[in-house]
Structure formats: C-alpha cells, structure tokens
Design a protein around this ligand. Structure first.
Ligand code: ZN
Length: 417
C-alpha cells in the first residue's frame, strides 16, 4: 500500500514538474502587429502591386531549381509563423550584395549574395524568418499608417478612408509602390521585433535558431570588405546578436533534433557558384534615378493619355503612374524625394463637407480643400484663388499655392479645381 501510494505521488510529481518545465521553457517575447489603417487583405493587395513594381526594377535570378528551393523553404518557415496566413512567395534577386527584403502580404526577396554568404541552411532560413517577421508584424503598412496619421489626421478622423483607398493614401503621401516605397523603411524597433519573431519562427520550424546569430557574425566579418546592406538597413549588429541570443534562451534553446543543414542548401549554393556573376549591383543600377544626383529628366515632349474614373488628361510619357482609384500620383523617376512629391502631379478627389445640406457652392468647397491642404502643410501659402475657368464645359475654379520643396527651395503648384 505504502509503496503504491508513494509511486502515485512520484508520478504526479513528475507530471507537475514536466508541466512546469514546458511552461518555463517557453517564455518567448510576445509580439503583435502595431496600429494599422489597413486590413490584412489590403496588405496583400498593396504587396502584390508593390512586388510588380519592384520586379520591373530588380533582376530576378533565372534558375528554376534554386528559385524553387528558396520558395519552398520560405513557405515551410511561413507555415510556422503565427497570426494571419499570407500567400507567401520568395524569390532570388541576382545581386551579390548581402541583403533581403519583404513587402506587405508575404512577397519576399532574397539576394543571391545572402545565400552565398550563408554556411548552412539554418543561416539563410534565419534571414528569411526575419523577413517573414516583418510580414507577420505588418511593419510595411504600419509605417504607411503612421506616416498618414502624421500628415492627414483629420482625413482619418473624417473617415475619408474607404475600401478603395490604398492608392489614395499612398498618392496623398506622394509615395510610390516601388523600391523607394515607405514599405521598406522600418524603424529600429521594427527591426529588432523582426529579429525576435524570426528567431521564434526558426525555432518553431524545427531549426537550430543559432543560425540567426551565426549569420549575423558571418556578415559582421564580411562587412569589413564589402557592402552589406542587411546591416546598413539594420543598424547595431552587436545589439542584434545579444537580443537574439536572449530570445533563444527564452525559447529554452534549440528544439529537440534541431535541423541545421541540408544537402539541398549546398546543391543550391553550388548552382549559384556555377552561374555567371551579375553585371552590377542591382540596387543603385536599376533603381529610378535619384534626385540627389541631379534633377529628374525633363518632361518628355510626347504625351500619353490617361483615361479612367470619369477623367481624361494627358501627361509626359516619361512619367509613371502610382496608386489607383480616386487618387493617383504621376511622376518621373526621381520625382519623389524623401517620401514627398517634388516633381510630378497628384490627381485626387475631394469630398467637401455639405453641412447636412444637399449642396454647397464651388467657392466654399474650394476653400474647404485649401484649408484641408494647409492643415497638413504648415508652410503652404495660397497665392491665387477663386479664378474662374471652365473644365469640360463645367464651371471651375483655379487656385495656386506655394510650398517648401522637398528637393530644396520653394515651389509653386497651380492645382486646377
Ligand atoms: Zn529587417
């Protein structure tokens, strides 16, 4: 009796100890997406549009086997990520700079240089898990939301945002969908969150999460000799390494039978080594001309016609169209400086406040719009207003305003109302 009873107690004690260990072993940092104006579905729509633009500027690596390896690895890792399920796709950019980036909604790009710099599969998996972390935590659209809140708080309170508003938000911010997009400018906080989330994903996918630390150490050594964008975009390597090491401890170390490497990874590395070197570093070479190196090309004499949303007008054929729906930015390459429109145009609809009546005068609606623009542009001065004209047979008003240019100096823009 006594022995039976004490055995029972021991088993109970053991179960209790196991439960406690399992609980104590996983005290991972809790991470959640920040404030966001958009729905996860809109992350996907924006990411898709942005990916289309990015791929016009980036040389993708055309090797089916290597591409399929990276895409499969990315999808495997993403299947262990918490939260919203995004349609992940991972592609290789034929660029030797050690870098990777993610667009909202799961569009991930890994540079050939990052794969070449990794020694084992869990290292490149660490880079990709970091990028998946940005997607899960919705850093891209959180960034756009914060910028929009700073610029147009009243528009948000006024409920201007509708279902068709992604393009309009970006156009109002003068931001494009391409590689110079706000989506890719994360805060230092966002970067360390992505490191921690990446470590958790790596661990939960059965990899030895030390791969993340090893890769950081690897590129810290490399960075002495060549461009390592992963670090210039992501500052403070020493802190990153110690933060990740901490998180590994909080996860209770590597999972049992942790994976470190695979033959597929080394086959892919050998494939890349056998391919010819890319002509030039893609970033820089294929990005739109930057205005810091001079102004954008002058507007072309050839015009192209815009037709849509009940509007028709012509614009220089060397300008490109960003955004969609009720607001658009049309600008030359390099027209956007420091996330603001310096050269180009914004076409947007404005819905005046009718004060509960069916209609208001054109004059009053114009004043509302000018006031609205002034609230988010403190230095803007109206230089002409209430000048009568006709647009397509309808009564219209012309106003002109002047503001500090993001490219320096003062600019005068005559919006047609
Ligand atoms: Zn990052």
């Amino acid at each position: 009796m006594v022995s039976k009873n004490s055995k029972f107690v021991t088993i109970l004690g053991l179960i209790f100890a196991l439960v406690v260990t399992a609980y104590a072993a996983d005290s991972r940092t809790k991470l959640k997406p920040g404030w966001n104006l958009f729905s996860p579905q809109q992350d996907i729509e924006m990411g898709r549009e942005s990916a289309k633009q990015a791929e016009m500027q980036l040389p993708l690596l055309n090797d089916r086997q290597a591409a399929s390896y990276i895409d499969t690895l990315g999808k495997q890792l993403a299947s262990h990520a918490p939260g919203e399920k995004y349609p992940y796709q991972c592609k290789i950019v034929n660029d030797t700079a050690i870098n990777a980036f993610a667009l909202p909604g799961g569009f991930i790009y890994v540079n050939r240089g990052a794969i070449e710099a990794a020694d084992s599969e869990n290292q490149i998996a660490g880079v990709m898990a970091h990028e998946i972390g940005h997607v899960v935590l919705r850093h891209g659209t959180n960034q756009v939301s914060k910028a929009y809140l700073a610029q147009a708080p009243l528009a948000i309170l006024g409920g201007v945002l509708g279902s068709n508003s992604i393009g309009s938000v970006l156009a109002q911010l003068g931001v494009g969908f391409g590689l110079n997009s706000l989506f890719l400018k994360y805060s230092r906080d966002a970067e360390s969150q992505a490191d921690l989330m990446g470590t958790q994903i790596l661990h939960d996918s059965g990899y030895d999460p030390k791969g993340m630390v090893e890769f950081f150490e690897r590129i810290q050594a490399e960075s002495k000799g060549r461009a390592v964008q992963f670090f210039s975009d992501h500052p403070n390597p020493e802190n990153r390494i110690s933060n990740v090491q901490h998180e590994i401890e909080r996860l209770g170390g590597a999972p049992a039978n942790a994976r470190k490497d695979s033959t597929e990874f080394h086959t892919t590395k050998n494939l890349l080594a056998a391919l010819p070197a890319p002509a030039k570093s893609a970033r820089g070479a294929n990005r739109p001309a930057d205005t810091r190196n001079g102004k954008p090309a002058p507007p072309s004499g050839r015009l192209t016609t815009f037709n849509g949303n009940g509007l028709q007008f012509r614009y220089p054929d060397n300008w490109r169209q960003y955004g969609q729906g009720s607001a658009m930015t049309i600008a030359p390459d390099g027209g956007i400086v420091n996330d603001s429109l310096a050269y180009g145009m914004v076409i947007a609809e404005f819905e005046p406040d009718y004060h509960g009546q069916g209609s208001i005068s054109l004059e009053e609606a114009t004043d509302q719009l000018l006031n609205n623009l002034q609230r988010s542009n403190a230095n803007m001065r109206v230089t002409r207003s209430h000048e009568r004209t006709r647009v397509d047979g309808q009564a219209a008003l012309i106003a002109e305003a002047s503001n500090q240019s993001p490219a320096g100096g003062r600019e005068t823009v005559p919006p047609r109302l």
